[in-house]
Design a protein around this ligand. Structure first.
Ligand code: 13P
Length: 244
C-alpha cells in the first residue's frame, strides 16, 4: 500500500512559506507516496488554493469538537473543511501536554473530524519517563483505546505513533522499538475496530529526516511518517518522501 507522508508545520509559516509547499507539489514523482501538509490554520485556505490540482493534500493541526459556537480562538472541523482541508492532526502530544487534552477529548475531536468529512490522524506516544519505567506499550495502547471512537470503522483515518522524547530532539527509537510499538498498536486497532483497524496506516513521527526515512518507512507496520521540522523545507521533505 502507498505510504502516507504528512508534514506538520506546527506554529511555523507565513504567506511566503507557500512557496515551499508548491515546491513539494512540483517535486513529487508519479509513484510518490500520498502526501499531505498541515500548515497553521491561517494558511489552510491559501495553501489549499495554491495546491489545488496537485497531489498534495492540506490539513489542519487540531480542531474543536463543536461545529460552531462561543469558543473564542478555536477552529472547528467544519471550518477546516470549508477552507479546503481534507486531513486533520488530532491529539498531538504538544496539545495533550500543553492544553490538557485527554483521550476522551481527542475521541470527541475525532468524531468531529468525521462529521466534517476530514481524515483524522490521531497521535499517540509515551514520554521518556514512561518508557524508562517500562510502561510505553501499556500507555500507548491505552491512548489508542481511549482516543479512537467506534465511528472510525469504515472511514479513512490514520494513527501516528510519536514518542514524545523523539519529537524535535534528533533522537529516534531503534527500528526494533518502532516495530514492537507499531505491532502493539495494530493489535489494539484490530481488537477495537475489527477489519477497519487492520487497514488504517500507522505513521511514525519524531525526528524523521531524509537520512533515516527509508529505513523507518521499511519497518514492519510503518505505514508512513508524520514529519515536523524536516517538513518545513521542500528539499528535506521531498528527501523523506523519496524514502517511501
Ligand atoms: P519533528 O519531526 O520535528 O521531530 O516533529 C515530529 C512531530 O511532532 C510531528 O507531528
Amino acid at each position: 500500500m502507498q505510504k502516507l507522508i504528512v508534514g506538520n508545520w506546527k506554529m511555523n509559516g507565513l504567506g511566503a512559506a507557500l512557496d515551499e509547499a508548491q515546491a513539494v507539489a512540483a517535486g513529487l514523482g508519479a509513484a510518490a507516496a500520498r502526501v499531505g501538509i498541515c500548515p497553521p490554520a491561517t494558511l489552510v485556505e491559501r495553501m489549499s488554493r495554491a495546491l489545488a490540482g496537485t497531489l498534495v493534500a492540506v490539513g489542519g493541526q487540531d480542531c474543536r469538537a463543536e461545529a460552531s459556537g462561543a469558543y473564542t480562538g478555536d477552529v472547528s472541523a467544519e471550518m477546516l473543511a470549508d477552507a479546503g482541508a481534507c486531513l486533520v492532526i488530532l491529539g498531538h502530544s504538544e496539545r495533550r501536554a500543553g492544553f490538557g487534552e485527554t483521550d476522551a477529548l481527542v475521541a470527541a475531536k475525532t468524531e468531529a473530524a468525521l462529521r466534517a468529512g476530514l481524515e483524522p490522524i490521531v497521535c499517540v506516544g509515551e514520554t521518556l519517563a514512561e518508557r524508562e519505567a517500562g510502561g510505553a506499550l501499556a500507555i500507548v495502547t491505552g491512548q489508542v483505546r481511549g482516543s479512537l471512537p467506534a465511528a472510525l470503522a469504515g472511514r479513512p483515518f490514520a494513527v501516528a505513533y510519536e514518542p514524545v522524547w523523539a519529537i524535535g530532539t534528533g533522537l529516534t527509537p531503534t527500528l526494533e522499538q518502532i516495530a514492537e510499538m507499531h505491532a502493539a498498536i495494530r493489535a489494539e486497532l484490530v481488537a477495537t475496530l475489527g477489519e477497519a483497524g487492520a487497514r488504517a496506516p500507522i505513521l511514525y513521527g519524531g525526528s524523521v529526516k531524509p537520512a533515516n526515512a527509508a529505513e523507518i518507512l521499511s519497518t514492519a507496520e510503518v505505514g508512513g511518517a508524520l514529519v515536523g521540522g524536516a517538513s518545513l523545507k521542500a528539499s528535506d521533505f521531498l528527501g523523506i518522501i523519496a524514502g517511501a
